[in-house]
Design a protein around this ligand. Structure first.
Ligand code: NAP
Length: 520
């Protein structure tokens, strides 16, 4: 099978107010295919009954989730099954019950069979509900053998479909959950598989790429039924839900944290404009070399092999270069000079090549805003603040273009080491306002949201005619940029560099120029 089954968007309703019918209307208007009535959370059974007796505009999933699996039902199972029977007779649609509950009692299975297709046909010939057997692990994502064992056992039950949910610690867990799609394919059984939490977003955003039966999305922020659930609008417009296929090439940004990244918006919009079958997602990976290595290991297995391009951001740019060195990956000469990799490109033999487009992007943005720097007869003087991944890249490219660079960093050892590597100067952090320069680059994270009242450079040191590049792009206008503009400097915001470095990545992955898209 190459084409994805159409993957359903399921909108949960978890509150009794506003009126259930108007919440259903809002879900359909937002683009939901089905609505899940979380009776355990709604609480008002009479309102649910009234809704089910009324005009139905979409199929419903009826769920009364017990507390042990993340629901709000604390009463006994006998009462719960009686409620399933009562409401189930008003459908038909789907009834979700936990696998653990289902396996516990033959009596319960028999009762559920009265309203589900698992039992005998209805004596009056009425259609029955389809059964969803579900499992929710609130603690984490168990090892692969345990997951496969449990899911295989669930797939043997006579349910219409299976829902398998874990909690992701980081994006490696998300990929391991997506691997389970292959098991359901082999069994030719519909599956919902996802990992809860912010780190599990890839499972939710890429459900269509793996032919999963459905995914859950909130009607609007605040309407989530589980942690990490995106909104319907995010799935449909940001993650290209309608364009996802089983052939879609996958891309993502590895970082920690990564939820603030503008790259998914940028790359998905560009691929949509270019008609490319691809999806780009945030991939939060634990902030250690071991976390990075473990994730990269996953990119050689099953679901992970679908990833053909990765952006790398804080704090993994140096981890990436080390991983490539240890795993016989290719590293571009510029990335080697920068000592940092921000772009991984899948090679024809299935390995990875690392490059650094931050550096080239910074130079593109500088040359566009301050062309005189690039063309003047004397070497320009540049002060670079920071000695981390971005600062290294920018400093390296400035040296390459003939700049007389001086590095200033809070931790002096790092400034000294970097200056030695690049063959440029360094000076103590406190001296940064005293050195005259034509170009000032902020390559630290100072000034970034939420600490956007901070600045890495005193306003008194800014001079008219200087060019100032702030690599920080959240907020789009930093305090440094505001003060530099007021002092008569040529200002270059982080967004210009972001767009230029993303353009470099796009060229690598798709072999063409990135179309112009906004990053508001
Ligand atoms: P990184 O490797 O973690 O380096 C952070 C740098 O900031 C280090 O030099 C660190 O100094 C310095 N620093 C942090 N807090 C500081 C403070 N309170 N005072 C002084 N210095 C401080 O991070 P990175 O990957 O280079 O990213 C740096 C910035 O670039 C981030 O804000 C990121 O958003 C931005 N960025 C922009 C783009 C773009 O395209 N515009 C692309 C990537 C990143 P120590 O060595 O003393 O810790």
């Amino acid at each position: 099978m190459t084409q994805a089954r159409s993957t359903q968007i399921i909108a949960p309703i978890v509150h009794a107010q506003p009126a259930l019918a108007s919440q259903v209307d809002a879900a359909i208007a937002a683009g939901a295919d089905l609505v899940e009535l979380r009776v355990d959370r709604i609480g008002d059974v009479a309102a649910v009954e009234a809704l089910l007796r009324g005009l139905r505009r979409c199929p419903f999933i009826l769920t009364i989730r017990r507390a042990e699996e993340g629901g709000a039902w604390n009463d006994d199972d006998a009462t719960r099954v009686a409620l399933y029977e009562r409401l189930g007779l008003l459908m038909p649609g789907y009834i979700d019950i936990e696998y653990a509950t289902w396996m516990r009692s033959a009596n319960l299975r028999q009762k559920i069979g009265l309203v589900c297709e698992t039992g005998d046909a209805d004596p009056a010939g009425r259609p029955k509900n389809k059964l969803i057997l579900s499992h929710h692990d609130q603690r984490g994502t168990p090892n692969d053998a345990e997951n496969i064992g449990l899911l295989s056992a669930m797939l043997e039950q006579p349910a219409a479909m299976v829902k398998f949910v874990t909690t992701a610690r980081d994006a490696s867990d998300a990929l391991r959950v997506l691997n389970l799609a292959g098991l359901a394919d082999k069994a030719e059984r519909p599956l919902i598989a996802l990992a809860m939490g912010e780190a599990g977003l890839a499972t939710r955003a890429l459900a269509g790429c793996f032919g999963l039966w459905g995914g859950f999305a909130a009607i609007e922020p605040g309407g989530e039924s589980a942690p990490g659930q995106p909104t319907i609008a995010e799935l449909r417009s940001l993650y290209r839900w309608n364009a996802q296929t089983r052939r879609s090439r996958l891309f993502g940004v590895i970082g920690w944290p990564v939820s603030h990244s503008k790259s998914p918006r940028l790359h998905n919009a560009a691929m949509a404009a270019d008609g490319i079958d691809g999806v780009y997602v945030p991939l939060p990976v634990e902030p250690t070399q071991a976390g990075f290595d473990w994730f990269m290991g996953q990119t050689f297995i099953s679901a992970g092999r679908r990833f053909v391009g990765l952006s790398v951001t804080i704090p993994h740019k140096e981890h990436a270069i080390q991983w490539l060195e240890r795993n016989a990956g290719e590293i571009s000469p510029l990335a080697t000079r920068c000592g940092a990799v921000n772009t991984l490109v899948r090679t024809p033999d299935g390995g990875w090549l690392g490059d650094n487009t931050d550096a080239g992007g910074a130079w593109t943005a500088i040359a566009a805003a301050a062309p005189s720097l690039a063309t003047r007869s004397q070497r320009f003087r540049a002060s670079v603040l920071g000695a981390g991944g971005v600062a290294r890249g920018v400093a390296a490219v400035l040296v390459e273009h003939g700049g007389r660079v001086c590095i200033f960093n809070r931790t002096p050892d790092r400034a000294e080491r970097l200056a030695l590597e690049l063959g440029c100067d360094w000076a103590p952090w406190e001296e940064r306002p005293n050195r005259p320069c034509d170009l000032l680059v902020n390559g630290t994270s100072v000034g970034m949201t939420p600490a956007d009242q901070d600045t890495p450079f005193p306003a008194t040191g800014l001079r008219s005619g200087m060019a100032v590049l702030d690599t920080v792009y959240t907020p789009p206008e930093t305090r440094l940029i505001r003060e530099a503009r007021a002092a008569g400097c040529v200002v270059i915001g982080g967004t210009a560099m972001l767009l230029a470095q993303a353009g470099g990545q796009y060229c690598h992955w798709h072999g063409r120029e990135m179309p112009g898209v906004g990053v508001a």
